[in-house]
Structures are given as structure tokens and as C-alpha cells.
Design a protein around this ligand. Sequence first.
Ligand SMILES: [Zn+2]
Length: 135
Amino acid sequence: MQKAHVHAPSNTKRNQTSLWNFGLDRGRALTPLQHHVEDHERRVGLEDRTHWREFIEVSVPAFNHRWVREARLPDVSYDFDYVVGHGHLHYHVWTQTEIVDLLRYAGCRILFVMDRPLDRDDSFCVIAEKPGTAL
Ligand SMILES: [Zn+2]
């Protein structure tokens, strides 16, 4: 059995306009299944700049990142290569609903969903299996 365990912001604090409303990604649009399908079909990699502007304009000001000073260029813009190279760019915004949609699209069977793990209020947990891939 292949399991997927995902930690990302919970939807417990999202609003009705499908914008994320918690912490780092407050104000960002949730990423729908079709977006992931298109990213996959286009074989989008880390160099993809589709989410760059939203990340820089929405996520960066919403959180006091330790890396911001090092990522600044002389013109005060941000160095894309630095941010991506250090794994700071947050491309997509999910709740467990979007992850469940994605896993089902990939042919997985959802075994367990918890929208708010006991020890965190900014995460969720989804466990799924891909039929025919037993250990
Ligand atoms: Zn994307």
C-alpha cells in the first residue's frame, strides 16, 4: 500500500471566496485541480514563474521570513534564483479538499482525512493509497 501524508495549511480558516486566510498565504487563491493537471501536462518545474508575483506580493509581506534580506537585489526586488534555490517559493495553496481532489484524480483511494491534526491548527492530514501498488 502506498500512502501519502500531506502537511499544509488547513481550510479551517479559509473564507468563502476561496482565498486562503491564514498565515503565510493569507489572501492567495486556492489552487484548483485543473491547475495541477495543466502543470503536470506542461511538465512545469521549479523554474515556473506562474506563482512568483502572487508569492512576492501576498505571501512575503504577510510573514516575517528570515531569508528576505538575503533575497533582496540592489533594486529591492527579490532574486528569483535565490528564493527558488533555497526552497522558499510556495507555489500552490491547498486545503485538504484540493489535495483529496488531486489524489482522487491520480487514482488514489482516500483512507483518512483530518482537517486539523491535534497538535497543529495550520495543517491537515490526508492518507491515501494507490490501488495495485501494495507493498
Ligand atoms: Zn502551478
